[in-house]
Design a protein around this ligand. Structure first.
Ligand code: FAD
Length: 322
């Protein structure tokens, strides 16, 4: 069976949940193999956990500069791992902003096919076939690559787990001092202080749009999110109007999400917003305009003023939680 390489996502020394999802997807297609890039020591600290998540091989690329050179260390490590592995059937990467850039750069290096924003994957006689959103989410299509497929996958889209394995460690050398890898360097990183789940991988998201009307009113989105233990998202109109921070933007030019539950408050449903969220498993829309396009993809909808409906919803959910 060919190896399926998975780029490991980790933050502050800990694996993020998407790594398990990518390894589960890889196990459906071939031998799941993890590619781990980080500062010296990262291999020792994460090997056992990667084995428990199903990695049969772990390609470890350690370098002092691994955390400061943006996506270039990951590209170099995936390139080196693909060469060391020999028969590679595919490469799976999270569909984040950095993940998409890594995948694009790697596809040029390896002269490989690139499939972005997959929500499902299957192994067929003709190779890997991905279900993905195309043309800003206007169509859901099944796509295959003519050469080695490099696929970015939306967090939370793939469920299940790979069987635990005894992971074998393989060290790979990456020359991070070589230009152009060393030309762009991150000098400062600041973690956002929040108790809420990460937007990209959250299982429940409450998003607010222009219908909220002001930054003060946007607190209602946060209050509803908190009763569900959800992440907070937003439309671009809400971000542009400064109701909330830009890293909350969901959509074509924001983050793409695939939660179990997506609740949209005062969002009309422009194609660019839908592109980022319509693969959510259940969509709830609250909008005072019965003709708002987002109702077309809603599983449940409430036509009404959000300032009346949402406080009642918060009260009802709290009452059930007691
Ligand atoms: P509006 O379209 O103004 O809708 C507001 C909604 O709130 C309306 O439906 C209204 O009925 C409802 N409402 C108002 N008051 C209430 C109330 N009291 N109670 C209930 N409902 C109420 N957009 C994104 O979201 N993400 C992207 O990534 C993105 N990328 C883009 C990229 C490009 C190249 C372009 C051109 C646009 C992009 N946009 C994106 C913008 C997109 O086209 C829309 O303009 C935007 O999504 C609209 O946001 P909205 O639904 O919050 O605002």
């Amino acid at each position: 069976m060919p190896q399926i390489l998975v780029l490991v996502e980790h933050s502050q020394g800990k694996l993020t949940t998407v790594t398990g999802e990518l390894l589960a997807a890889a196990a459906r297609l071939g031998e799941p193999s993890a590619v781990l890039v980080g500062r010296p020591g990262i291999g020792d600290s994460l090997m056992a956990e990667l084995g428990a998540l199903g990695a049969l091989h772990v390609y470890v690329a350690e370098a002092d500069a691994a955390d400061t050179l943006l996506v270039t260390p990951a590209v170099a490590a995936l390139d080196a791992a693909a060469k060391a592995a020999g028969a590679v059937g595919g490469v799976l990467i999270t569909a984040s902003i950095a993940g998409r850039e890594t995948a694009a750069r790697l596809s040029v290096r390896l002269d490989a096919g690139l499939i972005n924003d997959a929500v499902d994957l299957e192994s067929t006689d003709g190779g890997i076939v991905a279900t993905m959103q195309a043309l800003g989410g206007a169509f859901t299509v099944r796509a295959a690559a003519k050469s080695l497929p490099i696929v970015t996958i939306r967090p939370h889209a793939i469920t299940g787990a790979a069987p635990a394995a005894e992971a074998q460690r393989i060290n790979v050398d990456v020359d991070l001092d070589a230009a152009p890898a060393a030309q762009i360097t991150a000098v400062h990183a600041e973690a956002t202080a929040t108790d809420r789940p990460d937007l990209m991988s959250a299982s429940v998201i409450v998003s607010g749009g222009r219908g909220l009307g002001s930054r003060e009113n946007f607190a209602l989105v946060e209050q509803l999110a908190d009763v569900f233990g959800a992440a907070v998202g937003a439309s671009r109109a809400a971000v542009d109007a400064d109701y909330c921070d830009h890293n909350m933007q969901v959509g074509q030019t924001g983050v793409t999400v695939s939660p179990d539950l997506y609740i949209a408050l005062g969002i009309s449903g422009a194609i660019q917003h839908r592109a980022g969220m319509q693969s959510a498993k259940t969509i709830v829309v609250i909008n005072k305009d019965a003709d708002a396009p987002l109702f077309e993809v809603a599983d449940f909808g409430v036509v009404g003023d959000l300032f009346t409906v949402v406080p009642q919803l918060i009260e009802a959910v709290r009452a059930r939680q007691q």
